[in-house]
Design a protein around this ligand. Structure first.
Ligand code: G6P
Length: 621
């Protein structure tokens, strides 16, 4: 799982590849490398372990590389340690063929054994090296054919032998000025660059192309692309020429700056009000004095909503947590049975019953487990709705319907604004489903939508009050473990709080439905163990008090994040949330927990935007 980029054109490739990789670094930052081809065809490879800045230093931001054609890679290690040896590009002897790869080649062991038996020597532990050595063999066997047809045929033969998922860019030493690419499962987008960079660029996502290309062609599964300075040629899996119209891309995508904030995470936390507002605005209309929701632009008109008998929400990480909260919102408001399941667990479940609307939630729209769940559900004949933040993503293209969150590009690995936008969109979906099912009394739809539209202002106030969380973050900095508890929808909020804290601060954090604390976890509570309790639902306040008392009497240091009317008689420290419709309050509860994670991460000197071992977009299963 990684980010790849390729360029063939009039400009020096090095700096362009480095810039492209910088924009793809969210996909992995264990190692980075580039291969640049000179006019005579010779391929020079530079690789460095660690962050891209190491490669940038080594190559003087790409300026030390000579050639107008090249490929680059930023790695999230799957096979082999994150060291220089395993960094991409990988090449066949004498750098005859060099490739970069995003994905996992599932049958790499069998291929390696076969190639070793034929005398090939492997220099790395990666699955990718099997692909390049295989490609080299296929290419050698086709000697004598015209160059392009030979390379396309070799890529087809290699692809026919590979199992798993891959996006691969390749250079051939005897074909100067051409970048070849092939994909299955993992995404690739190619666009024409103009001006001084005239030529073509290809990358794992459009962020790398933005500002260089105005439009991009998204390669279909099995397709092969050939890029030279003057042309982009596509071939289908059978080697027949293919054509696809380019789609416009946003020129600002990929140019995210910290805008005066110390970290992207902090900036993105402060962008939550706008993310929520922009996500809701296209779907909430005024009808006389009343507000009403219309999701027909997302393919959910009255008839489509009326036929929904069951909702399945799925995703990974924070997106799954949003799904858990969405389950509570939809069940409570619309009275429709709902299930939330981790996308990675979906393959082991029975197909959902007829009348199910499956909502696949994902910021990137590329997460492999979520994409696999989407494909499986579609194959089972289930109607799918992609709730995604990336309009050009695979999920947006493959789902039956798309509901876009408009959080804007998110850079920090730990999601904040995209999660807030997902929560708002799910609230909107719950209200719309409830209205379609006739579950809302006169004026209730308006009141709920008003509450959603007021969230941005409320979030703004809350974001201005980070001081107590900063202090608490300092105080819990040495904790061995932090526990998060909540009931019902607040259990979902607690899970998100725990995930944020562990990914950014590396403090062990675990979330439990509060009622479960006494069934085992209490044994872990010692004097001073922090327990963060989330309570935004008044009807749960008393039982939450009891759970906190159980923990406090064993020495826990309890901190309550409380919705309106939920903190009466509470003992210990209380973080009070502003008033809102209770079902939407968990969106607000996320803010102090994000602040806790952020300040704890900073206090420990962590790279909060790029926590160790993680990547923002996990494109392997
Ligand atoms: C990674 C990120 C998480 C994110 C999850 C799902 O694990 O670190 O923050 O929630 O992927 O990503 P998605 O793009 O599908 O929302």
């Amino acid at each position: 799982m990684c980010g790849i980029v390729g360029y063939a054109g009039a400009a020096q490739a090095g700096p362009l590849l480095l810039e492209g990789l910088a924009r793809l670094e969210y996909r992995g930052y264990d190692a980075a490398g580039v291969a640049v081809q000179g006019d005579a065809g010779q391929i020079a490879i530079v690789r460095e372990a660690g962050r891209l800045e190491n490669l940038a230093k080594k190559t003087d931001c790409g300026l030390l590389l000579d050639g107008c054609c090249g490929i680059g890679h930023t790695r999230w290690a799957t096979h082999g340690a994150p060291d220089k040896r395993n960094a991409h590009p990988h090449a066949s002897p004498g750098n005859r063929v060099a490739i970069v790869h995003n994905g996992i080649i599932a049958n790499h062991r069998a291929l390696r054994a076969e190639l070793e038996a034929e005398g090939c020597v492997f220099l790395s532990e990666t699955d990718t090296e099997a692909a390049v050595l295989l490609l080299d063999r296929c290419y050698a066997r086709l000697a004598g054919k015209p160059p392009r047809a030979r390379a396309v045929q070799a890529l087809m033969e290699m692809a026919a032998r590979l199992e798993g998922s891959y996006a691969i860019c390749a250079l051939f030493a005897d074909q100067p000025g051409a970048v070849y690419a092939v994909r299955r499962g993992s995404p690739l987008a190619a666009g024409r660059c103009s001006g001084a960079q005239a030529g073509y660029m290809i990358a794992s996502d459009v962020h790398a192309l933005a500002g260089y290309a105005e439009a991009a062609v998204f390669l279909a599964d099995g397709e092969i692309a050939v890029m030279t300075r003057d042309a982009l040629r596509l071939y289908d899996a059978a080697g027949k020429p293919a054509a696809r119209p380019p789609e416009p891309i946003d020129a600002d995508a990929g140019c995210a700056k910290k805008g005066g904030y110390a970290h992207f995470m902090l900036k993105e936390m402060h962008e939550q009000p706008r993310a929520v507002r922009d996500t809701l605005a296209p779907f909430i209309l005024r009808d006389g004095d009343l507000l009403h929701a219309d999701l027909s632009a997302a393919g959910l008109d009255e008839a489509a909503l009326l036929s929904v008998c069951r909702v399945l929400l799925t995703g990974c990480g924070s997106a799954f947590h949003a799904g858990l909260a969405g389950r509570a919102m939809i069940e409570r408001l619309a009275g429709i049975p709902c299930e939330a399941e981790l996308a990675s667990e979906w393959p082991s479940r029975l197909p959902p019953p007829e009348g199910t609307l499956a909502v696949v939630i994902s910021q990137s729209g590329e997460t492999a487990d979520s994409l696999a769940a989407l494909r499986l559900l579609r194959a089972q004949g289930v109607r799918t709705l992609a709730l995604v933040n990336a309009p050009h993503s695979a999920m947006a293209r493959e789902a039956d319907r798309v509901l876009l969150t408009r959080a804007g590009q998110e850079i920090a690995v730990a999601t904040t604004k995209a999660y807030a936008a997902q929560m708002a969109a799910l609230g909107l979906l719950a209200v719309r489903l409830a209205a379609a099912k006739g579950r809302l009394a006169h004026g209730r739809e308006h009141a709920l939508l008003r509450a959603l539209l007021d969230l941005p202002e409320t979030l703004k106030c809350l974001l201005g009050e980070g001081e107590s969380m900063k202090r608490i973050a300092r105080e819990i900095g040495d904790a061995q473990s932090v526990f998060f508890i909540g009931r019902g929808i607040d259990a979902a909020a607690a899970m998100e709080g725990a995930l944020k804290l562990k990914e950014v601060s590396y403090i062990h954090a675990q979330a439990y439905p509060a009622g479960e604390l006494k069934h085992g976890t209490l044994s872990l509570i010692e004097r001073g163990t922090p327990v963060i309790a989330v309570c935004t639902q008044r009807e749960q306040a008393e039982r939450m008090r009891a759970s906190m008392a159980e923990a406090a009497s064993r020495g826990a240091r309890c901190i309550l994040i409380a919705g309106e009317g939920c903190a009466e008689e509470a003992e210990g420290e209380v973080i009070r949330l502003p008033g809102t419709e209770p079902l939407f309050a968990p969106l607000l509860a996320a803010v102090p927990m994000q602040q806790l994670a952020y300040y704890a991460g900073c206090a420990r000197g962590n790279d909060v935007d790029r926590p160790r071992n993680l990547a923002k977009s996990v494109t392997v299963e």
